[in-house]
Design a protein around this ligand. Structure first.
Ligand SMILES: *Cc1c(COP(=O)(O)O)cnc(C)c1O
Length: 388
C-alpha cells in the first residue's frame, strides 16, 4: 500500500499537470457539507467509541450487502484476524491464501499461530485457482497440517470464483473467509461481495473503493453465533458486560467518527460504482487491442479497486511506466513481489506445482489511475501516455 499512501498527498494539492492515482479530493468536494455535518453531530454527542453511528452504519452495510450481520472493526487486517479467531483457528491449521495479494491476507495466519499456505492464481482473473487449491490441500495433509480455512481475495475488485472454491473447501471440511477489502460492492451471480463465504471481511482504508478518513474495517456473516463471537472478540473478548471477559480478544472497534463519515460515503457509493464501470469500460475500449485488459467472467461485476493491465513483457512495462511518468501520469505495480517470495513469508509452504502465474503477473502487470471522478479528458491523456 505504500505506493498508494505516497499518491494521496498529491490529491490535496491539485495540479493541472499531475494526475492523481486516486482522487479523494474530488469525492470530498461532492460530499463535504454532509461530512462536516456528520462530524459535528459526533462532536455534539461525544460518544467516540461505539456511538450510534457505528450501529447505524452496520445496519446500512448489512442491508447493502444482503447479510444478517455487519460488524465494524479497526481495519481490514483485524477483520481477517477476528474472522480466524471466531472460527477457532489453532496451531497446526493450514490457511490457504493466494500469493498474489496484499500481505494482510497471509499475515493473519501466523498471528493466530496457524500456517499460511500459498496457492496460485488464474492468469485471466488474477484470483485464486481452484486446481492449485486442490493440490495445496493434498500437500498440506501430506505435511501433517490440518486444512482449516480458505481465504479467497477479490483482487482489484473482481470477485473470486466462489462456487468452485467453496466446493473445494466443503469437500475438505474447511471454512471460507472472503477477503473483499478490494471488492466490497462487486457482484457475483446476483449476490454482493460481502455476502459470500462463512465470513466476509473488508477494509475502509482511504484508498479502497469504500474508504473512510483513517483506518477502518468490517466483517459480514449470516451466522448469528459467529456474529456474537466477533462482537465479543473485537472488544477484548467481552461477555455480558465489558468488564466480564469470556475469552482473549482484541481492541478492534470502528471509531464513531469514521462510521459517521462512512454513512455519508455509502450514500453515494452505488452512484460511484456506476461511474467506475464507465471509466473501466472506456479504458478497455481504448486499450484492449494493445494490452491484455481485465477479464470479467459472465455473471460477475468488478468494483474496479484497480484497473490493471498485463503487458507482453517486463521490458514493455518498464517502457510504459517511463512514458506515463514523463507525461505526469502515475502508475503503480500491484504487486511487484508475490508473497511466497517475500522475506517474511518465503519459509511457508505452497502449491507443490509452483506459483508460476503469481510470479509471471508480478513481472508484467501495471495499474492505471482509477476512481469514480476521472473525467474523460483526463482519461484521454492517460490513455495517450499509456499507448505511447
Ligand atoms: C487493504 C487490504 C487488506 C487490509 O486492510 P487494512 O484496512 O489496510 O488493514 C486486506 N486484504 C486486502 C486484499 C487488501 O487490499
Amino acid at each position: 500500500m505504500s505506493a498508494v499512501l505516497k499518491t494521496i498527498p498529491s490529491v490535496s494539492q491539485p495540479d493541472s499537470m499531475n494526475i492523481p492515482f486516486i482522487d479523494l479530493a474530488a469525492q470530498q468536494a461532492r460530499i463535504r457539507p454532509g461530512i462536516d455535518a456528520a462530524i459535528a453531530r459526533v462532536l455534539e454527542h461525544g460518544q467516540y467509541i461505539m456511538g450510534k453511528e457505528v450501529t447505524e452504519l452496520e445496519r446500512q452495510l448489512a442491508a447493502f450487502s444482503g447479510v444478517r450481520h455487519a460488524l465494524g472493526c479497526a481495519n481490514g487486517t483485524d477483520a481477517l484476524q477476528l474472522a480466524l479467531m471466531a472460527l477457532g483457528i489453532k496451531p497446526g491449521d493450514a490457511i490457504f491464501v493466494p500469493s498474489f495479494t496484499f500481505a494482510a491476507t497471509a499475515e493473519v495466519a501466523p498471528l493466530v499461530n496457524a500456517t499460511p499456505f500459498f496457492v496460485d492464481v488464474l492468469p485471466d482473473t488474477f484470483n485464486m485457482d481452484p486446481e492449485s487449491l486442490k493440490r495445496s490441500v493434498q500437500a498440506a495433509r501430506a505435511a501433517g497440517l490440518n486444512p482449516a480455512c480458505v481465504i479467497p481475495v477479490d483482487l482489484f475488485g473482481l470477485p473470486a470464483d466462489y462456487d468452485q472454491l467453496i466446493a473445494v473447501a466443503r469437500e475438505n471440511g474447511m471454512s471460507v473467509v472472503a477477503d473483499t477489502a478490494q471488492g466490497f460492492g462487486a457482484s457475483y451471480h446476483g449476490r454482493i461481495a460481502g455476502s459470500l463465504g462463512d465470513i466476509a471481511t473488508t477494509s475502509f482504508f482511504p484508498a479502497k473503493p469504500l474508504g473512510c478518513y483513517g483506518d477502518g474495517g468490517a466483517l459480514f456473516t449470516h451466522d448469528d453465533e459467529i456474529a456474537a463471537l466477533i462482537d465479543s472478540l473485537r472488544i477484548h473478548g467481552k461477555g455480558s458486560d465489558k468488564y466480564i471477559n469470556d475469552r482473549v480478544g482484541l481492541n478492534s472497534r470502528l471509531d464513531t467518527l469514521q462510521a459517521a463519515i462512512l454513512i455519508e460515503k455509502l450514500a453515494v457509493y452505488a452512484d460511484e460504482i456506476d461511474a467506475r464501470q464507465a471509466v473501466a469500460q472506456r479504458y478497455t475500449n481504448a486499450l484492449s487491442n494493445r494490452f491484455q485488459t481485465p477479464h470479467v467472467p459472465e455473471g460477475l461485476t468488478s468494483i474496479w479497486a484497480q484497473y490493471t493491465i498485463k503487458c507482453a513483457s517486463a521490458a514493455e512495462r518498464d517502457a510504459l511506466q517511463a512514458r506515463a511518468k514523463a507525461a505526469g501520469v502515475p502508475t503503480v505495480i500491484y504487486y511487484p513481489i508475490p508473497l511466497h517470495r517475500q522475506n517474511a513469508y518465503n519459509a511457508f509452504p505452497r502449491d507443490p506445482g509452483g506459483l508460476k502465474v503469481s510470479d509471471d503477473l508480478s513481472e508484467r502487470v501495471v495499474s492505471l489511475p482509477m476512481h469514480a471522478y476521472l473525467k474523460p479528458e483526463v482519461q484521454d491523456r492517460i490513455i495517450e501516455a499509456v499507448v505511447g
